[in-house]
Design a binder for this molecule. Structure first.
Ligand code: FES
Length: 103
């Protein structure tokens, strides 16, 4: 479907660019200007920008939904801290021995 009549940009082209940008950096903020820059074009009348934003939102939500881990795979903050605490027990936190400590 043609989204931008001024530049003859289709929704498929926009979706592909958004996916490429998200693949490069999943947490970057994709905005219409970035999409136009990737296509080496500029918005002229900007009448298509709301539709471009809708496509960006839809593709970004779908991308992150596909990347989401199952709840069982997620590590909660508390269990992560406990694991780090166990790993650090018995490990000297400073590289010098206790006899060299000032306090
Ligand atoms: S319709 Fe896209 S810039 Fe005019």
């Amino acid at each position: 479907m043609l989204v931008c009549q001024c530049n003859m940009i289709t929704s498929k082209e926009i979706e592909d660019i958004v996916l490429d940008l998200l693949t490069a950096d999943p947490w970057q903020l994709v905005v219409p200007a970035k999409v136009y820059a990737e296509l080496n074009r500029r918005a002229k009348c900007s009448g298509c920008v709301p539709n471009v934003v809708d496509i960006i939102v839809r593709v970004t939500e779908k991308y992150h939904a596909q990347q989401a881990h199952q709840p069982a795979e997620l590590v909660t903050l508390q269990s992560g801290l406990e694991k780090l605490k166990k790993q650090r027990n018995g490990v000297r936190r400073e590289r010098r021995s206790t006899s060299h400590r000032a306090a």
